[in-house]
Every structure is written in C-alpha cells, then in structure tokens.
Design a protein around this ligand. Structure first.
Ligand code: ZN
Length: 184
C-alpha cells in the first residue's frame, strides 16, 4: 500500500481498483464501514486519545467503491447541478475514499451527532486538526487551499498518509504540494 497515493481530479483510479487491505471499522454511526487496516488502527488510537479529553468522535464514511461514488455523485448532480457538485464531490474514480485511506468523522456532543459542516466550529474538530498528524492523518481539504485541492473546505475529511503526516502538517502543505516537492 502506497500511503502517499495522490487521488484527485487529475489522478483518478480505475473502476477495478479495490484495496486488498480493507478491514471492518467499528462505528456507532453506521455499520459496514471499511478502511485500510493501518488507517483503521490509527484512527482507533486518535479516537481513544480524544476520549481522554471527553471528545467523542467516530467514523461516518470510509472506503467507497467506484460504483457507490458514481451513485452519490449522480444524485448530487441531479439535485444541485454541475457547478455545485463539481467542487463538493468527486466524480467516480476521483474520490480518495476509493483508496480506503480517507474517512469522514462525526462528533457526538450534547446527545447530538454533528457531521459535515456542523463539525466546523467545534472544539473537538480544532483538536483533531491539530493532533491527527501524530497518528498519520492530514486534513485533506483545508481552508484557503481550494485553488490547489480543487475542493471546498472539508473540516470533516481526514486522509491517512502515514509517517509523512507531521511533515505535511508542520509545513502547512496539501498532499498535492507535498508530492510536487517530492518530485523535484
Ligand atoms: Zn470525505
């Protein structure tokens, strides 16, 4: 498994790409979530550390296959139109959820579950953004980097990259910028 694999609009995956490292990730949000084994183990550790601060986090979405991505992309396209959909959801093959290394998290708080934009102003989210690199994760679609990632800010979407995460975090890079530096 290449933990630094870059998947985006210019670097799509084929329909047949299915990671062989998928395991079940327990989540009280939803059943049948799968993730790469190391990404899952690392998220469990992050989740356990968060709990020590009273922060209750879990996984909303992990691995998505090509066909599923196609289905949700077409649905959003139909509902909101192309201009809206294009910066908010990956078309099939262009979602890094297909790698098994990406996940969307939720926050349980005050007997509610916060997902997507509702996690934005939560203290838990700030903590995750500052600490997830110690467990190999990066915030994949940061604010003010939309011109590089081609995605609007997604405070809920983490990407497992392994031991390069701290370097990426400390240098305020996106994965695109990291790969660009590495190739020089
Ligand atoms: Zn996501």
């Amino acid at each position: 498994m290449d933990y630094s694999i870059l998947v985006n609009k210019d670097n799509p995956l084929p329909r047949a790409h299915i990671p062989n490292s998928l395991v079940d990730a327990e989540s009280k949000y939803k059943e049948n979530i799968k993730l790469d084994r190391l990404a899952k183990e690392s998220f469990d550790k992050l989740k356990n550390e968060a709990l020590r601060y009273g922060y209750n986090i879990d996984i909303v979405s992990g691995y998505r296959d090509y066909d599923y991505q196609e289905k949700i992309y077409n649905k959003l396209l139909e509902e909101k139109g192309f201009t809206y959909a294009i910066t908010r959801i990956a078309s099939p093959g262009k979602s890094e959820h297909q790698t098994g290394l990406a996940l969307d998290f939720c926050i349980y708080k005050d007997e509610k579950c916060y997902i997507e934009h509702d996690v934005e102003d939560k203290i838990e989210t700030k903590w995750i953004h500052q600490n997830c690199h110690r467990y190999g994760f990066i915030l994949r679609y940061p604010l003010d980097k939309e011109d590089i990632t081609k995605y609007s800010y997604e405070p809920w979407h983490l990407r497992y990259v392994g031991n390069i995460a701290s370097y990426i975090y400390n240098n305020n890079l996106t994965l695109e910028e990291y790969k660009e530096r590495e190739s020089r």
